[in-house]
Design a protein around this ligand. Structure first.
Ligand SMILES: C[S@@+](CC[C@H](N)C(=O)[O-])C[C@H]1O[C@@H](n2cnc3c(N)ncnc32)[C@H](O)[C@@H]1O
Length: 435
């Protein structure tokens, strides 16, 4: 019998196998014309493409099977704006340039600065901005701005925006995304020793930088690092300082790449106005009647995500060093649906919470309708969450409230969240209206 163990068999390497298959995959994608790429996976992606084209040009036809789109006009404009085409007129779009530069369809510029819970996909924001054909000179509002995805994306497209949120940690992140680009590049010239020193300073509750923005950046990177070590042992080998340094170098890379992108595409980044405020009282946040061209927003799903809890490390630290004076519990009380009168018996608490949540959601939609200009547009991203195993009609309620306050429905797109681990939310809807 032949000794199999002595036989020398040359297997192709993993890399070689991958290369062969990816060459074959390339053959299936058209290389000329107006082409959308392989990452378009769901029917919702095709609907988003359709939405964008409806805002950016008049006549077009989508040939989904062959990954092609046909239109006659507006090539230059579409190249600079569209988020769902790889090639326009056989040339790479700005968006495909951006995702190639950063190697990710959503984590470009400073969008990935901090893992804020429940944040938007930037691509969806860009899609909505295109669907509404918003321009420089228009004003976009997100009254649930979270960590500033709407405001950052608007800035990257050269459009003015205002972001409001009740969460001071979210507001710090939004402000950073707004400001980091304008910090002198010398501030980013830090070697490993400098970064270790900065880590030690922060660990010992000492201020590191005179520059407010850099100080806030390092604080957020520190909290993110700490949080990672609480959640997983994955980084133990790297060590806390190693991870901290890696996170800083990532931001530095984003700084250089974002500058390159803005320069090469001749875009004037528009800083947003970031304000702390309550969506239920936008007047106090300085938003007057009929002043906003478009709202792009996503209310908290509340029953699914504990938005504040995750930031405990940040609250504890920032209160201790007297950087600010916010008690996490007080902020939480201002959250949509959380203002419940004391003395409610425990068994009644949950039903009271559900009712308060929907009452607040309604009030917030009334407020948003008030501040929109006549003809202004609104897009609400919302999903149905599950409470005690029962689904709540959040999407339908949102639609009812919009219609009740005079908003006219344009279209809705359901976006399944594939691969989500959280069984409570299986997808979200993007609801579009005008006033
Ligand atoms: C789904 S998250 C929005 C995330 C955001 N789209 C992003 O990309 O970061 C909902 C946000 O609503 C905020 N929020 C909750 N209640 C609020 C209120 N009463 N006024 C303003 N913001 C509120 C939360 O702090 C949270 O950031």
């Amino acid at each position: 019998m032949q000794n199999l163990f002595n036989q020398h068999i040359e297997y192709p390497s993993f890399e070689e196998i991958l290369n062969e298959y990816s060459k074959e995959a390339d053959n299936y994608l058209p290389k000329e014309g107006n082409v959308f790429g392989f990452w378009m996976q769901t029917l919702a992606d095709i609907q988003f493409l359709d939405l964008e084209l409806s805002g950016l040009t008049k006549d077009y036809k989508i040939d989904a099977l062959n990954h092609k789109v046909y239109f006659n006009d507006d090539y230059e404009y579409i190249i600079k704006r569209i988020a769902h085409l790889d090639l326009v007129d056989s040339k790479p779009t700005l968006y495909s340039y951006l995702i190639d530069l950063f190697g990710d369809t959503n984590a470009y510029a400073f969008h990935n600065l901090y893992p804020y819970k429940g944040k938007f996909y930037p691509r969806i924001v860009r899609t909505i901005i295109n669907a509404y054909d918003l321009q420089e000179g228009d004003l976009i509002l997100d009254p649930y701005n979270g960590c500033g995805t709407t405001t950052h994306e608007a800035g990257l497209m050269g459009i003015d925006s205002i972001g409001i949120d009740i969460n001071p940690i979210g507001n710090i992140i939004s402000e950073l995304k707004n400001e980091l680009l304008f910090v002198d590049e010398k501030e980013y010239e830090l070697n490993t020793n400098d970064l270790v020193k900065i880590f030690d300073y922060i660990e010992n509750k000492k201020r590191t930088h005179k520059n407010d923005i850099m100080y806030k950046l390092f604080l957020m990177l520190y909290f993110d690092t700490k949080d990672a070590f609480i959640r997983t042992t994955r980084y133990n080998k790297k060590g806390m300082k190693g991870l901290f340094i890696e996170k800083f170098n990532y931001i530095k890379d984003c700084y250089n790449k974002t500058k390159k992108y803005l320069k090469e595409w001749n875009i004037n980044y528009k800083k947003a106005i970031i304000k702390e405020g309550n969506v239920l009282d936008l007047k106090s946040a300085g938003i007057d009647d009929e002043t906003i061209d478009a709202i792009i927003t996503s209310p908290p799903y509340y029953f699914s995500l504990d938005y504040v809890g995750k930031d405990k490390i940040a609250y504890d630290y920032l209160n201790e060093i007297k950087f600010f004076n916010y008690k996490m519990e007080d902020v939480k009380k201002e959250y949509l649906g959380m203002k419940i009168k004391p003395n409610i018996p425990a068994r009644k608490l949950l039903e009271k919470r559900v009712i308060t949540y929907f009452d607040d959601l309604e009030k917030s939609i009334q407020e948003m309708a008030r501040v929109l200009k006549p003809g202004g547009k609104i897009a609400i991203v919302i999903g149905d969450s599950t409470l005690n195993g029962r689904k709540l009609p959040t999407t339908h309620k949102t639609n009812d409230y919009c219609l009740k306050y005079g908003l006219k429905h344009i279209r809705s797109v359901f976006n399944p969240l594939l691969g989500t681990r959280n069984r409570a939310i299986r997808g979200e809807s993007i609801l579009l209206y005008y006033k």
